[in-house]
Ligand binder design. Structure first.
Ligand code: PEP
Ligand code: MN
Length: 259
């Protein structure tokens, strides 16, 4: 899996909801040459609600990996990271696994514990920015995982915007991107920077608009939410693309010539 062509794509449902949803999504993405399927088993929530299927979904993403697509999922605790890695790398014999530390997972003991639990050459750790705008905190997460012994070569950054917190938001975005900051952190760390247009946009139209904006910068790819039936999604239904919308989105991204 190469993250160097500027159009590295991770796509799939916000949350894993059923085995069928995961396998349908895995086949769809594989047919289109999308290298990585996303699906969260554990969902940190701002307010109480569906917080993921948890352990029950580990066999689903393991079966998806057996179809020959790399998996990406969020982990909040070291033991979750360990169980996912055990299943996907050992049972499915996957060659690649991306685990991400989410924006609400701001406990450095867990960040370091996760880094130690999955220090395997097949695992990449993706670090989403924290909810509030502060480059040093974001970079601090990178420093924590590296200090825990995780090699920098296997760290990826992800910008999902910062919580609006009353700041001007004329486009009605869910989270406010700071492209300049993301570019600066990419340059300072020399790490790949993936953009999450779904959590920045918050709506299907905004996902397209945000992606167009991001394509003007020299970032490394996208993580985009796609659901076989977004109207029935248990989380983030307004921002998940359906399959037809994703095909249009993918065409747009692939047909953009990077300069
Ligand atoms: C997600 O990727 O599904 C997610 C919860 O994102 P964030 O942590 O960026 O809100
Ligand atoms: Mn989501």
């Amino acid at each position: 899996m190469s993250i160097e062509n500027g159009q590295f794509i991770i796509a799939g449902p916000c949350a894993a909801e059923s085995r069928e949803q995961i396998l349908t999504s895995a086949r769809f993405m594989k047919e289109r040459g999308v290298p990585v399927l996303r699906a969260s088993l554990w969902k940190p929530r701002t307010n109480p609600g569906f917080d993921g299927v948890g352990e029950e979904g580990i066999p689903w993403i393991t079966d998806a990996a057996k179809l020959g697509i790399a998996m990406a999922t969020e982990v909040l605790l070291p033991e979750q990271a360990e169980r996912v890695a055990q299943s996907v790398l050992v049972d499915a014999k996957a060659e690649e696994l991306i685990l991400w530390i989410g924006s609400r997972n701001q406990n450095h003991l867990n960040q370091q514990g996760i880094a130690r639990a999955v220090n395997d050459r097949r695992v990449k750790l993706m670090i989403k920015n924290q909810p509030w705008s502060d480059i040093s905190h974001w970079e601090g997460i990178v420093n924590h995982v590296i200090q825990a012994g995780f090699p920098k070569e296997r760290v990826i950054l992800c910008h999902r915007g910062f919580c609006p917190n009353g700041s001007p938001n004329p486009l009605g975005l869910r989270n406010i991107p700071d492209w300049e900051m993301a570019a600066r952190l990419k340059e300072a760390t020399k790490l790949p920077m993936i953009i999450d247009p779904s959590h920045i946009g918050g709506t299907v139209n905004n996902v397209f608009a945000t992606t167009r904006e991001a394509l003007r910068w020299n970032f490394d790819g996208f993580i985009t939410e796609v659901h076989p039936n977004p109207t029935q999604a248990l989380t983030d239904k307004n921002q998940q693309l359906n399959f037809e919308q994703f095909d249009r989105w993918l065409n747009m991204v692939r047909n953009t010539v990077k300069i």
